[in-house]
Write a protein that binds this ligand. Sequence first.
Ligand code: 13P
Length: 247
Amino acid sequence: MTRKTLIAANWKMNKTIKETVSFINDFKNLIKKIKNVEIVICPPFTSLNESSKLLKSSNIRLGAQNIHYENKGAFTGEISPVMIKELAEYVVLGHSERRQYFNETNQLINKKIKAALKNKLKVILCIGETLQQRESNKTTDIIENQIKNCLKDINEMKNIAIAYEPIWAIGTGKTASPEQAEETHKFIRQLLKKLYNENISNNARIIYGGSVNEKNAKALLKMKNIDGALVGGASLEPETFSKICNV
Ligand code: 13P
């Protein structure tokens, strides 16, 4: 079983093209020596073109933060998987901010995942519970429901990484403890075994997100079932993000 560590930066709605260029130029030098980690940067759509040129001969991969499920058509303001495929290798789907502010449902996310895979994009599928759900002991029910519905009729996980992002830990400075995160990651891996098989479950990358920073990353990444991190705020500074990639 070899699961390569995946550290992804989700910049959300941050950085102009100019700021992106400056980040990448600094960051590239800082992570030159890292070999055993797959590093992905997901900037806003507007920065993808410039980023793809700058990252061409580097060991940093590029991702988008969303796609529409159709390849083209009358969907004003949307971006299709075919368009993203020209620029990036990954796409983040199902992020809690998209669920919360843009009403994305598990059903819609399922359609987007299928469209992404059809277009040979790799998916980082985000799932996670709210504080209220955790406090009423519904975490595993919520996670199971999200995974089952988001992955409905998808029969392999080769190009899908799951990002467990408890909503109460996103942007709050309240990280799940390594043990808390590990418990849920383990549950997810067992669920994948039930839904698919042992081999798929053992090879699936399950990464953690929610207030990850250069101080807490090491302890989280040490856990058996935590295969990487999806980093928001702490990925916006090259130095800080490079330290997380270096753990
Ligand atoms: P923060 O690292 O800022 O908590 O954000 C996490 C996140 O939502 C990454 O997708």
